[in-house]
Write a protein that binds this ligand. Structure first.
Ligand code: ADE
Ligand code: ZN
Ligand code: ZN
Length: 258
């Protein structure tokens, strides 16, 4: 009997520690922290009131924290979108439960509505911060067959894991930087580069992630050992995605609340 309990605990632990969800906390917090640098003072003040003084970095992981609570299960499919490489988002069947594009638009529309209560505003700001982050994780614009890389097994240095987790966590973890250090060490941008990042629609930003996702699949084999060479290829891309995510989050929040 004891053996069975031990086995159950081990399987439980293994399952939940290795099934990945999103950019890990460091990635999401970096997006939130970068966004704070681009909010207009008026919007920063409004959001501060809505969130009772909590920072965007702090609330960025809320959508993951509620994921294991069954009361919030309707929001689980809002973290990603899957469609085949040889198709487009528009031409693919939509999930009835929504997807990351629908989710972001829904958050924006609820937050723009003057009738929305302060409590709901806080809830949907927290979700929006998180989903704009997820939108910039290329494997969240993934394939249904392998659950966005969650069942695509690879080796990361000496550890067995999956491709999704490499992109959510491992590459960022390998930097050994905190979210504030990642924020302080973002790429310097010209005014023109900044304007180009801010431009575009949610779909445009989603397709950027899709292009990166296709590149990842072209350069990663099942069971492959990924290490320094992989970091060299993709680390700057991960950091740039976080930077763009932060700038665009601020852009969306500025346009909702100004
Ligand atoms: N579950 C199924 N597909 C997923 C994806 N693309 N990203 C995260 N979780 C998923
Ligand atoms: Zn993820
Ligand atoms: Zn998420």
């Amino acid at each position: 009997m004891k053996k069975h309990i031990l086995l159950f605990v081990l399987i439980f632990f293994f399952h939940f520690s290795y099934s990945s969800e999103d950019w890990g906390p460091t990635g999401h917090r970096t997006v939130g922290k970068i966004a704070e640098n681009y909010l207009t003072p008026e919007v920063a003040h409004l959001i501060d009131e809505i969130l009772d003084g909590q920072s965007l970095a702090l609330v960025s992981t809320f959508a993951d924290e509620i994921r294991s609570d069954s009361r919030y299960k309707e929001f689980a499919p809002w973290h990603y979108v899957n469609f085949p490489f040889d198709s487009t988002y528009e031409d693919s069947p939509k999930s009835e439960k929504g997807d990351i594009v629908v989710a972001i638009k829904k958050c924006i529309s609820i937050l723009k509505n003057k009738e929305t209560s302060k409590e709901d505003k806080a809830f949907y700001v927290k979700l929006l911060v998180h989903f704009i982050g997820d939108l910039h994780q290329p494997l969240h614009i993934g394939l249904a067959d392998d659950k966005g890389g969650n069942t695509f097994q690879v080796q990361w240095f000496d550890e067995g894991t999956n491709l999704h987790w490499v992109w959510d966590e491992k590459i960022i973890e390998q930097f050994g930087m905190s979210y504030t250090e990642l924020t302080e060490n973002t790429q310097k941008l010209s005014a023109e580069e900044l304007e180009n990042i801010k431009k575009g629609t949610i779909e445009d930003w989603m397709y950027e992630g899709r292009a990166l996702c296709e590149d990842v699949y072209a350069h990663t084999k099942v069971g492959e050992k990924l290490s320094y060479e992989y970091m060299y290829r993709y680390a700057h891309i991960v950091r740039y995605q976080l930077q763009k995510g932060g700038i665009r989050l601020a852009q969306v929040l500025n346009s909702i609340f100004s």
